[in-house]
Ligand binder design. Sequence first.
Ligand SMILES: N[C@H](CCC[C@H](N)C(=O)O)C(=O)O
Length: 281
Amino acid sequence: MTIQFLKMHGLGNDFVVIDARNRPVPLTATQVVAIGDRRRGVGFDQLILIEPPQDTAADIFMRILNPDGSEAGACGNATRCVASLVGRGLVRDELVIQTISGLLRCWLHADGTVTVDMGPARLDWQQIPVAEACDTLHLPASAGPLSDGVAVNMGNPHAVHFVPDAEDVDLTRWGPELERHPFFPDRANIEVASVTGPSSVRMRVWERGAGITDACGSGACAVGVAAIRRGLVTGRRVCVTLDGGVLDIEWREDGHVLMTGPVATSFAGTLGADLLGGEAL
Ligand SMILES: N[C@H](CCC[C@H](N)C(=O)O)C(=O)O
């Protein structure tokens, strides 16, 4: 069986997207890692499987896999891409995507951008999760210049660290140390952020199971929430600038976080048998 895929990205955060709605695609962790190899495989920040919904309120189920084979509970940039892919075929300009973390409502705009309701920001220490009771606005875990983080769960765990200049942090050095810090029993996505204006923040990210990426939608949501919680920006809308571009984040009064940004399709392809290790699928 050959497997077709689309290569898509949101601000350079890139995805292999496989439509498994008509036929299950049971990939092993070994196969996921092989597909994610930037030289011998296709390469991706996340591999996305579009599956039939399990909840009647949803149009599809979206499974999210990291290059290390681990499964993630949220992927904002991929959610926009999948919404655009599936929603453009539908009559409505909105759809509901189910993930292991909950239901995400998406709105497609005429200019090609997509807004996703990423759900509520979870802020309690047990929701992140972290290893012990703490004020999630001031985390006790640190690594090098990264300390006094803010924890936010957007369906996946994030630790946001405000620094004088986000571009001046050796994230390759300190990101993996914090990602795997024992304070984060499920590991964590690690963000560094610096405030650049009354409602604007510059951020960079070390993603759990993936490393540095050009953008992280759930991470941008976490940064927006953290900046508002810390009183570093005015209002509840934040313009977040990532390495790959800009996302518009709004933390609504009801606790839900809206993320708006672009999507892009790079190419279509077919996964070869060698890449799948000759294992029957
Ligand atoms: N790139 C994704 C985040 C992936 C998160 C994943 N690395 C995890 O293990 O949580 C985004 O746009 O939100």
